[in-house]
Design a protein around this ligand. Structure first.
Ligand code: SF4
Length: 199
């Protein structure tokens, strides 16, 4: 298939599942924010990481986040370590509507892929992401499953957690392995099944 057609299809998938009107009273832009914070790991649930993921300015990201905090969809917590950085989490009000996200149509499309196809598909997408990131200089996001910083094999050795992040030197729980991370660095092959700790 022509490379330009592949690129157009990838773009089209993203566009048609972004939504084109209010859903649950939220705009497509507001859904974009909620979706990110629902799937980003604890090191990436910050306004600056969101701005990087969506290639927008810090100011624009902060405004969008502020309005969702004011409406009770996001809760902000100051970091316990430095007291300056802010972490954002979905509130129960947001969790109650997140399944209505227009993007879920794309998730169902991914769900319908046979397990044997998923590894190849992730591999192809990550290779495309890598090319785009090196051409544009934009950060590359991904999950622990294929990150070179992931340590541990899931085995319970006495005194050690089954998984850890070598980049931030912190243990990871299995549920975190499938979350989006700003510190991702490609290095491992994708698993053959959907997720080391698939949700
Ligand atoms: S292992 Fe990689 S993707 Fe996972 S938390 Fe660490 S840097 Fe992020």
């Amino acid at each position: 298939m022509d490379s330009r057609v592949i690129a157009m299809l990838v773009l089209h998938l993203g566009r048609v599942t972004s939504g084109d009107g209010l859903v649950e009273g939220l705009t497509p832009g507001q859904w974009t924010v909620l979706r990110y914070f629902a799937r980003a790991n604890r090191f990436s649930r910050t306004p600056s990481a969101f701005a990087a993921f969506h290639d927008t300015t810090r100011g624009t990201a902060s405004q969008a986040i502020k309005s969702l905090v004011a409406q009770g969809y996001l809760r902000q917590t100051r970091s316990e370590t430095d007291g300056r950085s802010i972490r954002l989490d979905l509130t129960d009000k947001a969790k109650a509507i997140i399944a209505d996200d227009p993007f879920e149509a794309l998730v169902r499309g991914a769900d319908a892929l046979p397990p044997g196809v998923r590894g190849h598909f992730v591999n192809a997408l990550q290779r495309m992401q890598g090319h785009v990131a090196s051409e544009t200089g934009k950060p590359l996001f991904g999950t622990c499953e294929t990150c070179e910083h992931l340590e541990g094999e899931g085995c319970c050795v006495e005194g050690l957690r089954p998984y850890a992040c070598g980049f931030v030197s912190e243990p990871l729980i299995e549920e975190e392995l499938n979350e989006i991370c700003i510190n991702f660095a490609p290095g491992k092959s994708p698993p053959r099944t959907p997720g080391v700790g698939a949700a």
